[in-house]
Design a binder for this molecule. Structure first.
Ligand code: PLP
Length: 426
């Protein structure tokens, strides 16, 4: 992805556009996405599976900006959604309903109705209760819902505990042992048509062996279901492919495609993948400004205008992003060790200790690499700081795809109830 974020004339650019110029125009913190980096990732994934690529349903949860979804939809991507809001976003961005899968952990009746109205490809069912609910709602509106059961293969992905989802004790999916009976039930129920098997074992996975184990178990289930006369035709393998945050990654696509081919050989299955992070993480950076360089308690703190309210992954998962100055370091620059922190009143508002960076001062710009996934989507108004603008760069063109929201706008939708109108009467 270095080709999309590289230094030229001493300045870091996204494609053809200097990040400093974007920061000047749109303020910091600022998220910047490279459209061509997103396209390159999508194409690499599809090409790894040539000549028979799966349907790639982009997991909107990674970055749900309409312009990002549209960039992928224009290449033929579908959407993996987890809420009514995401289904609406996918449709608004131009993803056909026939390429949308819906995998929410707790789908409400309203959401199930919306999915049925839109005629999406598949609902991924998380529990026996949900199966009954979908069947009842679909029957009531005279439809049949194409479904897959999300099975829990009891495989531990080699990743952070908080983003592993395929172990027995995780809240996701249906025990493999219970799946055949539930498929029998689904097959007998009016209102649902069991067409697929779904699994997703976690996120930021670079060691491919757990995928192979989990897919093997899913394929065994497909065989068993077919033997019982339940005509499963689709296998939705979930997302999870890892990316490069530091020296590791990204996931080896050729090896991944080969293991999927091995696991599914001879079964004539329609395959679906649900990558989120893999498609967009490295295509995005967060640009931040230095507010202070502070020395205290024997440490040196680089204090930024971006914090856990802007990029929560370090505080939430202990994730570490590569950080670099926007101005190319010069050989004579003094390199210092510093703890990079945000402005939020929480001790957990720290991006990491002992970053090695040139001496920086107020107003200098930094980038956080690999910030395109689970960045802006998890940002919050905590501490009432402006929420960052998002910019999409495409060659030499760029556009604000979500404007910065100042505190006035954040407050605009809030109301003071009438009985509090007069503080004297409260
Ligand atoms: C069901 C499902 N599919 C796909 C994804 C996307 O994962 P990733 O961004 O790691 O590809 C997730 C993420 O949690 C998920 O829960």
């Amino acid at each position: 992805m270095d080709e999309f974020f590289s230094h030229r004339d001493g300045e870091l650019r996204c494609e053809e556009v200097p990040l400093a110029e974007l920061a000047r125009r749109f303020g910091t913190p600022l998220y910047v996405y490279s459209a061509n980096a997103i396209r390159a990732r999508y194409r690499a994934l599809v090409e790894a599976f040539a000549p028979d690529p799966p349907l790639v349903c982009y997991a909107l949860k990674a970055n749900h900006n309409l312009a990002v979804i549209r960039t992928l939809a224009a290449l033929g991507a579908g959407a993996d959604t987890v809420s009514a809001g995401e289904i609406l976003r996918a449709r608004r961005a131009g993803v056909p309903a026939s390429k949308i899968v819906f995998a929410g952990v707790a789908k409400t009746d309203q959401e199930i109705r919306l999915a049925l109205e839109k005629g999406i490809l598949q609902l991924n069912v998380e529990s026996a209760q949900e199966l009954e609910r979908i069947a009842a709602i679909a029957s009531a509106v005279g439809r049949s819902a194409p479904i897959a059961l999300r099975v829990n293969p009891d495989v531990a992905a080699t990743t952070h505990d908080k983003i592993a989802t395929g172990r027995k004790h995780d809240k996701f999916g249906i025990d493999l042992a219970e799946a055949p009976a539930l498929y029998e039930r689904a097959n007998a129920l009016p209102g649902v048509e069991p067409v697929g098997v779904h699994l997703h074992i976690g996120s930021q996975i670079l060691d491919l062996a757990p995928f192979e184990r989990a897919y093997g178990r899913a394929v065994e289930l497909v065989r068993e279901l077919r033997a019982r006369g339940i005509p499963i035709r689709r296998l939705d393998l979930g997302g999870g492919l890892g990316v490069r945050y530091g020296d590791e990654g990204p996931a080896d696509l050729r090896a991944f495609a080969a293991l999927v081919r091995r696991a599914t050989a001879g079964l004539d299955l329609e395959l679906v993948l649900e990558p989120g992070r893999f498609l967009v993480a490295e295509a995005g950076v967060l640009v931040a400004s230095v507010i202070y360089l502070k020395e205290a308690g024997g440490r040196r703190f680089l204090v930024l205008d971006a914090g856990m309210n802007t990029l929560v992954r370090p505080a939430m998962y202990g994730a570490r992003h590569a950080i670099a100055p926007v101005r190319a370091p010069r050989p004579e620059d003094e390199i210092l060790r510093m703890d990079v922190v945000g402005p939020i009143c929480e001790s957990s508002d720290i991006f990491g200790r002992d970053y090695r960076l040139p001496r920086l001062g107020p107003g200098d710009l930094l980038v956080f690499h690999t910030a395109g996934a689970y960045g802006m989507v998890m940002a919050s108004d905590y501490n009432s700081r402006p929420s960052p603008a998002e910019v999409l760069v495409d060659g030499a063109r760029f556009a604000v795809v979500r404007p910065r929201r100042e505190p006035e706008e954040q407050m605009a939708s809030e109301r003071i109830p009438p009985w509090l109108d007069d503080p004297g009467r409260a």
